[in-house]
Design a protein. Sequence first.
Length: 261
Amino acid sequence: MVQVKAIKAFSDNYIWCISKPDSSAAWVVDPGQAEPVLKYLTQAGLTLEGILITHHHYDHTDGVNSLREEFADIEVYGPVNSPFKGITKTLTEGDVITVLDTEFTVITTPGHTLDHICYINPALAFTGDTLFSGGCGRLFEGTAEQMQCSFDKLKRLPLACEIYCTHEYTQANLAFALAVEPNNRDLIAYAQWVDEQRKNNKITLPSTLALELKINPFMRSDIAGIVQHLPDQYNSFTKNTLQNNEPWQNFAGLRAWKDHF
């Protein structure tokens, strides 16, 4: 089984490095910067064999060209409809790739961007800026209905599946989640743990699907009453009940509130 390590980039990004204990080969996910990747690979005695891209934003792709100059002929996997031109192997829904003898299935997850994809298997999911711990990505290009569909795909993963997103947003996400569900005991306990982690400058990731289903308001948009605390100015739909609301409508209201939280 592969192991996954975090390489810090920018102020709050994580570039995920995939490797195996018995191999010097490595892959990285969403290298927005080359320098920290090169430093980590040198220190760990690893050689880069490939790159996985979830979407085109610069903080996920700007390191690709420099890494390809250092490691000639490596493949760059990414979405077929991506504006980013550094992809050498394009992927779409249902494609299966093998990374260090480990298979990942590709799912399309539009919402944050229209080209967003995630790499999943029963044990690991690289979710980019679609699913964060306690939150979701801003809807820069897609719609709330698209993002809800993307979340519905991720909900089908096994409960123990580890969620590797690309930003250390957990603490801020949970502040919002607590405003949505102030009496959620699982959320309160998790927020306390996260506060302690961040106080000691420790990473809060990966999460698990089981945890996200308990504490992430965007994962819980199908729960009656999830928008009961939603301020009126962020709600275009009937509140408090799913009898008249589809989950994506609740998702839309929550995302609008989060955008201004």
